[in-house]
Design a protein around this ligand. Sequence first.
Ligand SMILES: *Cc1c(COP(=O)(O)O)cnc(C)c1O
Length: 375
Amino acid sequence: MSVAFIDLKAQAAALGSRIPDAVARVLEHGAYISGPEVRTFEERLAAFCGARHAISCANGTDALSLALMAEGVGAGDAVFVPAFTFVATAEVAPLAGATPVFVDVREDTFNMDVDSLAAAVAEASRLGLNPRAVIPVDLFGLPADYDAINEFAASHGLIVIADSAQGFGGRYKGRFAGALGHYTTTSFFPAKPLGCYGDGGAILTDNDEKAALLRSIAVHGKGTDKYDNVRVGVNSRLDTMQAAILIEKLAIFPDEIVARDRVAVRYTQELANVIKTPVVPDGLSSVWAQYTIRVAEREKFAAHMKEAGIPTAVYYPIPMHRQTGYRQYPVAPGGLPISDKLAREVISLPMHPYLDTDTQDRIISAARAFCFQVA
Ligand SMILES: *Cc1c(COP(=O)(O)O)cnc(C)c1O
């Protein structure tokens, strides 16, 4: 029997009739856009992570774009992003007319390196760009180094937009992702830790004025209503059906976070002596969007696991500064050696809250067998 990389069917089974019932209620009232479930979900999402405001939108990429628009980031501005991330983190900068400047990551956490950020800011200034915003990413579910990033950002006048598409549900020194930067963005793409059954996203912020501004920008720059257009905006809404689904999924999310961690702890216990397993610094907790190990002979490892019926995935094989569409943009001086190295070595194992111990044993013994074979 082949193993699932992420098992959304097991999650649906655990939810029983809750999602079909929630969808049926939406079909009943028929308010498919901006229905009552949207506000209810936003309130619960904000309460969950301890942010003052949650503004839902169409997807996690729009969430980043909306935050840049709320800050008026545009031509001549530099936006600092890690090179080792999903493309969405970087693409929103040129879409806003700004320049992405790539920053290296730390080898232990895979997250933004503040020393590299400082070097990148100096480089941007040298190039005549105006350092405006930094987008740290909570890669694979682990919160970035927020104390260091926020302190650096405050002393250099940078806006912090935390890209927590993978990290929502993670914690940093007792606080949840969502309340760690000026803005936190997340995605409800189905495979994310908190996913819906389509596209969806949200922005979290404590700033009342910016929250109102974001709500306007996301609905055609509306004033009193969408036929009163007080600024240029976009159309980026979470639809009611997805909000209804997310209300049910958020209700079981705390249990799922515990289950994800149990899976990760077990992987680490059984694999740390043979493979480079992920590092979680003291005081932080990952929501394990991915369980990502490092293997020098990655292709051979993937083939060996596939042979045993176990899927693996590589996030991300090419760092942003080497992508065809992005290699013209500046990087921190000295290059981005860690991003290059991680892109060659990382590989992720199946990870979801419903991974049972028998299946996990199969994965663990296949991975261990590979290590003994190459040793
Ligand atoms: C998934 C993801 C996004 C974008 O989310 P979408 O909802 O797919 O637009 C942004 N940043 C990171 C790091 C992601 O993993």
